[in-house]
Design a protein around this ligand. Structure first.
Ligand code: XMP
Length: 520
């Protein structure tokens, strides 16, 4: 399988040099929210490479290093001669000061948290923000003297130089993290930097993103035929809708029903595709998948068997439909960043994640990845722009192995039925309580534990259902929300009244880490 051709968006470009900061993605989010296109690149990208991309501005992220330590990241010095605006945040500011002739003092303790910042002018960056502001700091070193040509434009009660600028060169340094939500005016500052200071046009809007994707698909695929395997999630649905708009009937969509879907899921996807007039090939392979899962209790074994079956079913379909040279995948920008900067990426050893995308390497498809520049919320916006119904555009993530990893132990038709019914109630109540948009995921789990209960005059010995709700921005870490008691009470009452075989409900109050979101 060859990698998807890198297709450039046409918009003004901001490049973010990543110095290993946990914050680089947040910076990118803020720039995109200003409707300006940006990409994150490793800090050691050559200046020639950067110049070739013709960025309108650079942002240097923070990072865990100290400019005084041997081996810390220093880009080529010609970076400072590109003649474009540069904003350094935290380590980026210290680097700017150190390289251009200022002084950085190595700190002996860290400052971490909210702090009061006082402006000293600095209209270019601060605009008409108040004189005293609260911003978020996370640093050890600090700039103690600015390079010549620079002015100090903010101080705090812990650092004398909290921000600096050289207006002539359009170089700016800020010690605080403007990209985090704890700096509530930070998004304004970033917007002012990319639009007012750097002159980027705010053209990165859902409509322009969709049009760009469609143009790029046409350019890449031409008259070729594309196979798009769908999971029903917003990424694959949006991929399919963009492809259909670009290449019409040269698109073939495949949805494999592995029998581990949620209640009405297949019908929902079929319905949505009907609305778009996109022909959908649905393969009901549930017997095959469930057959291979019989008696299997180990979570990784389940994942492997399901992954293997996906590949076999997919291969059979592809060999019955010859002539397709492209495979569409809903790869998102965070996946692209993670594979380009593996050190900062997620650990994939905790669970073997399986997506319908990770398919037959040896089949010789070229990849089409129309979403490879987008963050999840941009995909949702594009989906809405393209007419995807709201409930599909804001659908919660659902794992490839489906309900199999929400049933502890062996999966059976009976356990699937109980879980499906309980899960439908959790979804209905969360969605009708308008809580869904605040949650990353919300679902039911069947731990396969029976407990004693009482119903009427009789003793019962029935299943326990766990309710799992999570807040998260990317699934890498998560917290549990303090749901209104009313909602929890309604969910539990309904599950116990309406789902046969259940006599007890619990609410999962585990954060990730140390737990994971899914139970298996
Ligand atoms: P965990 O359980 O690892 O989940 O905290 C993090 C996110 O990944 C999803 N997940 C999966 N997605 N195949 C998938 O496609 C998998 O095997 C899988 N396991 C977990 C999970 O739903 C959550 O959003």
């Amino acid at each position: 399988m060859t990698d998807g051709a890198i297709l450039q968006p046409q918009d003004d470009l901001v490049l973010i040099l990543d110095f290993g900061a946990q914050y680089a993605r947040l910076i990118a989010r803020r720039v995109r929210e200003a409707n300006v296109y940006c990409e994150i690149i490793p800090w050691d990208t050559s200046v020639a490479e950067i110049a070739k991309r013709q960025p309108k501005a650079l942002i240097l992220s923070g990072g865990p290093e100290s400019v005084h330590l041997e081996g810390s990241p220093f880009p080529e010095t010609s970076l400072w001669d590109l003649g474009i605006p540069i904003l350094g945040i935290c380590y980026g500011m210290q680097l700017m000061a150190e390289v251009l002739g200022g002084k950085v003092k190595q700190g002996d303790h860290s400052e971490y948290g909210s702090t009061e910042i006082e402006r000293i002018g600095g209209e270019s960056l601060f605009g008409d923000l108040a004189q005293h502001l609260v911003g978020w700091m996370s640093h050890r070193d600090q700039v103690v003297s600015v390079p010549s040509g620079f002015d100090v434009i903010a101080r705090s009660h812990t650092v004398e130089i909290a921000a600096m600028e050289n207006l002539e060169k359009k170089f700016f340094g800020i010690q605080f993290h403007a990209e985090v939500t704890h700096t509530p005016w930070g998004a304004d500052l970033i917007r002012r930097y990319v639009i007012d200071v750097s002159g980027c046009k705010p053209t990165w809007t859902p409509d322009s993103i969709a049009q760009m994707s469609i143009r790029n698909i046409k350019r890449q695929v031409g008259e070729g035929k594309v196979l798009c395997a769908l999971s029903g999630g917003v990424d694959s649905v949006t991929t399919a809708v963009l492809l259909h708009e670009a290449i019409g009937e040269n698109l073939t969509c495949l949805f494999i029903d592995h029998g581990l879907l949620r209640k009405d899921e297949r019908e929902d996807v079929e319905e949505a595709f009907k609305v778009f007039g996109i022909p959908l090939n649905v393969i009901d392979a549930s017997e095959r998948f469930l057959g291979h899962l019989e008696g299997i209790t180990d979570p990784e074994q389940k994942r492997r068997r399901i992954g293997e079956d996906f590949i076999r079913v997919f291969e059979a379909f592809a060999s019955d439909h010859k002539g397709m040279s492209f495979l569409a995948q809903g790869t998102l920008y965070p996946d692209v960043i993670e594979s380009a900067h593996p050190a900062g990426g997620a650990s994939h050893t905790i669970k073997t994640h399986h997506n319908v995308g990770g398919l037959p390497e040896e089949m010789g498809f070229e990849l089409v990845e129309p979403l490879r520049y987008f963050f999840k919320d941009e995909v949702r916006q594009v989906a809405l722009e393209m007419g995807v119904p709201h409930h599909l555009a804001f659908r919660q993530p659902f794992p490839g192995p489906g309900l199999a990893i929400r049933i502890m132990g062996a999966v059976s038709p009976e356990s699937l039925e109980i879980l499906r019914d309980a899960d439908a109630i959790v979804r209905e109540e969360i969605e009708s309580g308008l809580l869904a948009e605040e949650l990353w995921q919300y679902f039911a789990v069947l731990p396969n534990v029976k407990t004693v209960g009482v119903m009427g005059d009789g003793r019962t010995y029935d299943h326990l259902i766990a309710i799992r709700c999570c807040t998260s921005s990317d699934g890498m870490t998560s917290d549990w929300p303090e749901l209104p008691w009313k909602v929890l009470r309604r969910i539990s009452t309904r599950i116990m009244n309406e789902v046969r075989g259940v006599n007890r409900c619990v609410y999962d109050i585990s954060t990730k880490p140390p737990s994971t979101i899914e139970w298996e």
